[in-house]
Design a protein around this ligand. Structure first.
Ligand code: AMP
Length: 281
């Protein structure tokens, strides 16, 4: 496995694969890798000849009071894990390598799907994601790019701008990887104290209970109120509990497929999760 830290170095490493028309798979990450990330790499490995993983903590997707400075940076450990799952090239650029010295004037705003859910709580976040992912797509020029359903809204935003801007690659969504107790794996779980870590699975447990309530035809409003109450009771501070259609449209109907979304703070740590609920007649 090679590690490249410059755009030029990465291009040189990829040029034989490009010349041989090999399929290039790309997994963008911010590092501090866990099984969720590694599953994306395994999917890429199945489908592609060459697998590139980027590790870049992108400053422009963090708000002023968010955790950019403290975000865990664990490149040595990440590299070991990536070698074990068959990654070919790690791309770990500096902020200067990605953004240069001149100010950036171009932005990518993806419209109404970014003015909802996490976009309401984190203004500018999805613009920052769209910019960095587009830059990485242009740098890596993959055939396939892999993203987790853990960040369901992010995946929808990426699919949208890839379609709108005719970016020539296919986006693949990968299911959420969870700990044995149901907690969605996240680099931010490392911020949790032991006690908070024991509380955190309540998010998934509550979402599963909500799924059952929906299947028993409890009204959607009531189900959402129940989720909020259970999370608050467990000591979380709810940012939002919402239901959307799989295409992220607002709805108050339960007789259709739905996605339930939770964002909540446990102490200072903001956790997100979602559950896709299939309609059963
Ligand atoms: P991050 O490093 O948090 O930016 O995540 C990089 C990629 O890994 C994104 O596509 C995430 O959606 C995905 N990811 C993170 N956690 C999980 C998880 N628990 N299950 C599946 N995918 C995940």
């Amino acid at each position: 496995m090679k590690t490249e830290t410059t755009i030029q170095g990465l291009s040189a490493s990829l040029s034989p694969a490009r010349a041989a028309k090999k399929l290039i798979g790309f997994v963008p990450t911010m590092g501090n890798l866990h099984e969720g990330h590694l599953n994306l790499v395994r999917e890429a490995r199945k489908l592609c000849d060459v697998v590139v993983v980027s590790i870049f903590v992108n400053p422009i997707q963090f708000g002023p009071n968010e955790d950019f400075d403290n975000y865990p940076r664990t490149l040595d450990q990440d590299s070991k894990l990536l070698a074990e799952v068959g990654c070919d090239i790690v791309f770990a650029p500096s902020v200067e390598q990605m953004y240069g010295k001149k100010p950036r004037l171009t932005n990518i705003s993806v419209g109404e799907i970014t003015n909802d859910l996490c976009g309401l709580q984190r203004p500018g976040h999805f613009d920052g994601v769209a910019v960095v992912v587009t830059k990485l797509f242009n740098i890596v020029q993959p055939n396939y790019a892999f993203f987790g359903q853990k960040d369901y809204q992010q995946l929808a935003v990426i699919r949208q701008f890839v379609q709108d801007l005719n970016i020539p690659l296919e986006v693949i969504g990968v299911p959420i990887a969870r700990a044995a107790d149901g907690l969605a794996l996240s680099s931010r779980n490392g911020y949790l104290s032991e006690e908070q870590r024991q509380t955190a699975p309540v998010i998934f447990q509550t979402l599963k209970q909500a799924e059952q309530q929906l299947q028993q035809k409890t009204s959607l409003d009531e189900v959402l109120v129940n989720i909020k109450a259970a999370l608050t009771q467990a000591g979380l501070v709810v940012d939002y509990v919402e239901a959307r259609t799989p295409e992220l449209q607002k709805t108050s109907e339960f007789n259709q497929d739905l996605v339930l979304f939770v964002a909540a703070k446990l102490g200072k740590t903001r956790l997100i999760d979602n559950l896709q609920v299939k309609f059963t007649a």
